[in-house]
Write a protein that binds this ligand. Sequence first.
Ligand SMILES: [Zn+2]
Length: 172
Amino acid sequence: MRVPSRNITGQVKAHALYWGFLAAKLAVAVALSGGILWFINVFFTPHTPLFHLNRYRFARDLAYTTLGGVWFLMSYGILYLAFWDQRYRCRTCLRRLLMPVETGSWSHMLRLGRPAMEYICPYGHGTLNIEELKIAGAIPPDWTEHGDIWSELFAAPTTGSGPGDTGKTEDR
Ligand SMILES: [Zn+2]
């Protein structure tokens, strides 16, 4: 497929959108986590005015310490979800990537490559390749941009012989 090079402004805009979305999600995660901690602290004296663990209760009161531990795990889970969700989003339009397809094969590695899972944007902006096995440390997912597939579809028809040309005009 022909990959048209996007202009610099478009690339900067897509990057700003992608990373801005992650920043917004992280801000929501921090606010949510802080809110939950504040809610837990409401039920314990002495009252803590801000979003931090009650140091007179933590590691002294079993109920509060347990709640603190659960809160920590939940906050970690929310942050993890924010990053996990970001990985499976289109780098151009932020939609969730769909249609996972297994590619590659260990037994035909030279021909098909190593096994990986490939996802695609529903609007065809690009595909994401995630390696199945990470032997040499973390391998970042490989994003391949496809450009605008619709521009090719709606392009002005070219004159001359093509697949639809029946050759009626040919003189015999
Ligand atoms: Zn997209």
